[in-house]
Design a protein around this ligand. Structure first.
Ligand code: UDP
Length: 329
């Protein structure tokens, strides 16, 4: 199959490109490299540098390649920044995808897998979260992704573009080879920051709040390995070709770990003390987010293979310890 991966130089995108190539698919990557890394793109993928908001760029990509399906990861994803700069997020995440859908329509490409998020739910009404729960995002990032989900629904209705939207919980870990991994600037995610402490690149990890209504008072999240996410995207494409029906799925391990538990596990994996200090709560953080992925297990035949926290942290450690400065030499 010929797959166009938009945002294929980013964290989850680059891992999905590896997985597609390992399974024998032809991959075309489109990325503006604002956040992505050229070095993260598998050498067997055809690479185009450009922005989804540029219609001429997209037409060129679709004209030069026979594309069967699109996977769209291209988006900004910093929750905190989205609160202070919402228009930047709506412009890139919503307008970019509208342009992509228009170009797909012009090219007659009718299948898309869309990178959505648990942030579409906002404060959960119950745990574990199921896809039919109410979606009330508490930040513009989640709102931008939910808006695209709605646009996808109406584009299916009007143009017959079939979609699968995948709502990820906390993406973590790295490719088992240690060749590609997570590299954000600035880094704001828990596991990479903890590992930067273990590497001596930071003095300590700040624990954002220990007065939440959870067993140890720190926030509980559902960490899911990036290669398991990649696998779900490929299964989602296969599903679209099998039944031509749009759908939304949660992707998580179904198990929650507190910030303190993650730090403790990283101490075991790295053999480092990893100094932690408690600070105040980070605004907008729900206390507990845990997915029910039963629907994806049942309908996609998906099953996370990295289902322990230690496996996830071990692969992240392999990447960070061999690339302490990320993709920078
Ligand atoms: N967190 C923390 N210190 C940090 C970064 C994150 O205590 O330096 C906490 C954060 O408050 C949340 C959890 O770790 O409860 C996971 O945060 P992350 O940013 O990795 O993912 P999010 O859940 O926001 O998508």
């Amino acid at each position: 199959m010929n797959v166009l991966v938009c945002g294929g130089a980013g964290y989850i995108g680059s891992h999905t490109v590896y997985e597609l190539i390992e399974r024998g698919h032809n991959v075309v990557v489109a990325d503006n490299l604002v956040k992505g890394h050229r070095e993260a793109v598998h050498s067997a993928a055809k690479f185009y540098e450009g922005d989804l908001r540029d219609a001429l760029f997209l037409d060129k990509v679709f004209k030069e390649n026979k594309i069967d399906a699109v996977i769209d990861f291209a988006a900004f994803s910093l929750v905190g920044e989205s609160v202070t700069r919402p228009l930047k997020y709506f412009d890139n995440n919503v307008y970019g995808t509208i342009r992509l859908l228009e170009a797909m329509n012009r090219a007659g490409v009718k299948k898309i897998v869309f990178s959505s998020t648990a942030a579409t739910y906002g404060e959960p009404e119950s745990i574990p979260i199921v896809e039919s729960d109410s979606t009330v995002p508490t930040n513009p990032y989640g709102e931008s992704k939910l808006t695209v989900e709605k646009i996808l629904k109406w584009s299916d209705n009007a143009y017959g573009i079939k979609y699968v939207a995948l709502r990820y919980f906390n993406a973590a870990g790295a490719h088992i080879s240690g060749e590609i991994g997570e590299d954000h600037d600035p880094e704001s995610h828990l596991i990479p920051i903890i590992l930067q402490v273990a590497l001596g690149k930071r003095k300590q990890i700040a624990v954002f709040g220990d007065d939440y209504p959870t067993p140890d008072g720190t926030c509980v999240r559902d960490y899911i390995h990036v290669t398991d996410l990649a696998d779900a995207h490929i299964k989602a494409i296969e599903k679209l070709f099998a039944d031509n029906t749009s759908a939304v799925y949660n992707l998580g391990n179904g198990k929650g770990f507190s910030v303190k538990e993650v730090i403790e596990e990283a101490r075991k994996v790295t053999g480092n003390d990893i100094k932690a200090v408690t600070e105040g709560r980070r605004p907008g953080d729900p206390s507990t987010l845990i997915a029910s992925s039963e629907k994806a297990v049942k309908e996609l035949g998906w099953q996370p293979r990295f289902n322990t926290l230690s496996q996830i942290i071990e692969t992240a450690w392999k990447w960070h310890s061999s690339h302490p400065d990320g993709y920078k030499k």
